[in-house]
Design a protein around this ligand. Sequence first.
Ligand SMILES: NC(=O)c1ccc[n+]([C@@H]2O[C@H](COP(=O)([O-])OP(=O)(O)OC[C@H]3O[C@@H](n4cnc5c(N)ncnc54)[C@H](OP(=O)(O)O)[C@@H]3O)[C@@H](O)[C@H]2O)c1
Length: 311
Amino acid sequence: MQAVVYARYGAPEVLQLVDIPKPQPKANEVLIRVHATSVTIGDVRMRSFTVPRGQWLFARLYLGVLKPRRPILGMELAGEIEAIGSAVTRFQVGDAVFASTFEANFGGYVEYKCMKEDGLLAIKPANLTFAEAAVAVGGGISALRCLQRGALQPGQKILIYGASGAIGTNAVQLARNHFGAAVTGVCSTANLELVKSLGAVEVIDYTREDFTQRGAVYDVVFDAVAKFPPARAKHALKPGGVYLNAHRDTDARSGLTMQQALRLLKELLEAGKLKPVIDRSYPLAQIVEAHRYVETGHKRGNVAITLTPAP
Ligand SMILES: NC(=O)c1ccc[n+]([C@@H]2O[C@H](COP(=O)([O-])OP(=O)(O)OC[C@H]3O[C@@H](n4cnc5c(N)ncnc54)[C@H](OP(=O)(O)O)[C@@H]3O)[C@@H](O)[C@H]2O)c1
């Protein structure tokens, strides 16, 4: 089968399309024929080994000291189950599924992927394409966990900084449609209309205005791209307000496990409360171009990678 591997850290060109053996599912695993995956900023950082200075050693030990320990990137995917192991009861051959590979050694850039049936996978929402379902997972779970951690309440005012990214586009929709909050989205000029269309009642162009100058008016400030100085962002909070950051608050402290978040995400996608935003789609063979684009740091929502047959 075809797969994109990287044998060393570096520029997008380290990604190579190669043939590797097709995996066989173990007793408790399903074999997924992957129809779509994605390029996230996380894939780009792992490929290039771009990590904050203080985390270099930890990241190197986690990702691989001399070379990448997990040579196939791709944190989320959607596809169809082609075979199941002898002990599998939750899924059947032919089921369309979407999944996070976060606890499965990554590895979405492949034609076939084995995953444990009790892993981070679920039946794909029928109202989404495979590409939409694939890109929904990471940003959706992260946004959901952050907002849950902030205990966002109906009627509260939330400011979402970086509202046009993968987490941001999910956060705007979830804050409004699931938590019932009034959203102010902060993004650049080119993305104002997009963020408004996702449900923000107000948008602020960060290239023209510093949102903290509007005073302490928000119950929650969520920096969804972790690019605004936290101490300054807190000036926009009402007394007792909550500050959230995509680098700090996407973990289980929200009270939602990854499994619970995936199940809730599926319900919200099926109910139409959340619609994944796809900026560009590339075929697997153009993974280098896709990485170059995501590396700019300015994608809108998500970048999908499609495999044949086209979803
Ligand atoms: N996606 C995930 O599953 C996930 C999970 C956990 C943590 N994280 C972390 O959370 C952060 C955000 O992830 P992401 O996937 O949402 O990123 P992303 O999609 O790559 O973010 C791209 C967006 O960021 C905006 N942006 C760039 N510079 C900005 C600035 N100075 N001020 C405001 N907006 C700016 C860009 O809009 P403009 O073009 O308008 O500038 C663009 O739309 C990353 O550090 C990531 O590592 C991500």
